[in-house]
Design a protein around this ligand. Sequence first.
Ligand code: PEP
Ligand code: MG
Length: 581
Amino acid sequence: MSFTLHGIPISGGVAIGRAYLITRAALDVIYYLVEPNCIEAEVTRFIAAQQSVYNELVMLHSELPADTPGEIDAFLNVQILILVDEMLVEAVIELIRVRGYNAEWALTEQLERLSKHFDNINDEYLRTRKTDLEQIIERILQALVASTTDDIMTNSVQHNADKMIVVAHDIAPSDILKFKAQKFLGFVTDLGGCTSHTAIVARSLGIPATVGVQQASSLIQQNDMIIVDGDRGVVIVDPTPLVLEEYTCRQSEQWFAQHKLQRLKFLPARTICGTKINLLANIEMPDDACAALDAGAVGIGLFRTEFLFMNPIGELPQEEQQFNSYRRVVQTMNGWPVTIRTIDIGADKLIDSTNGLEIASHSALGLRAIRWSLSKPQIFLAQLRPILRASAFGPVRILIPMLAHALEIDQTLNLIAQAKRQLDDAGLAFDPNVRIGAMIEIPAAVIALPLFLKRLDFLSIGTNDLIQYTLAIDRTDNTVTHLYDPLHPGVLQLISMILRETKQAGVPVSVCGEMAGDPALTRLFLGMGLTEFSMHPSQLLLVKKEVLRARLKSLRKPVEDVLASYEPQEIRAALDRLLKV
Ligand code: PEP
Ligand code: MG
């Protein structure tokens, strides 16, 4: 039966494919689709793991001392019975054979199914057997992990990912990174706000995505045919032939428009009146620098380095590893500036606690970003040194997230000076004049901007957090997404203040939040005097198209009207006029 779900559009375009449901447990294990010729080997791998757990339990049972309480004997017996039950073994083998899931995925999928059965059982005793089931599956998973080799991964190419749309309750930004290597068609999640980092990273995959589609992961079944309309935030499950045809046509139109846009790639971004506008890219991983160049970016305006620290191995990258990553981006950009933001963890971006570090705060107001770095000076220095060393290979700018206090700026500058001295002592090269800038994303920083203008070389406006903190809206919470309004007069006034004051002080400024990549806002920013934008590569040509059509003089009056308005309807009306000039 066809039905439609609604959510928050976060990455445009249309995806048509089969639903690929991902459970929380599945995200914690390795999952992939097995090549048809490797299916029987995967079944054998599963049976070997199941057999080794069986041997272990039987051995434990046989070694029980004579005076062991009867409950323990019964407990082991129940676990052995579950382990050999066909509801577990046969069903998992079938999932591997029919769906092509790897053993870990098949096991977690079957756990989900059986858990539902257990939840519906009336008998209290039987219901608590669910814990035994979970423990058994955990044991088999551990046995599988122990048996996993690189060989298995390389033989098991995700051959079907290009026909699948991921559906999940929620996905952490670090988990989305795991999908970068796979060609999924689209994303749907139950939770998430429009500028949550999950949304930002999903957008960076360049595939249609909709978040905040409540109940999607319970209403959509594995393998259902679905359409994701990433422009409208709509998910159509089991579409009728007519709807399918309509969306297939829309998809072709979008591909055609995308193709046309490519012609702008080599054109310099200049307004009709000849003002040069710098369009730079935001990246999360070193490999993204190629996409930035491909889109015609004239530099990296924001390298979110925290994603390097969320590696799947659960270890902090060593200094040398970090240096290689930063240098790689600098060399790929081949002379264009690279703005490397120091680690901005906390809130919805958390480092795995297995790193052995005190993790940053879950709260957007807690110990996160520069606050966290300053509380861990040795880790901070171990990031500053490789960033500085990368500056010997091309222009690098260091960007500090979430600064608010003069003391934080001063402490940061002192640590950068210390890192430079350490490199000097070690005889390692770096650019002594590397520029240092601040993200302006806290309203207090805007109001006290002279503190920043006096101490730093450049500023970058992080509109995502600036909106979050100005409007007191948690950017990850889909229940308040409707209040997350980039056009709130409070937000527009703050941005305009920053642009005015930086111009007077002669300090370069850019916008690197998601607003910079919204072509509907390009004219507004141009009219406010912005000349540097940084955005996800997929938005760059759309924004360039707006730049090429703009005449700055004619934007001034309508932009003044936008800024003079406080009523939402008046702001919208002034913005409409701006789009028509
Ligand atoms: C921002 O806050 O606007 C920004 C660019 O940083 P992030 O989205 O990583 O918090
Ligand atoms: Mg931010």
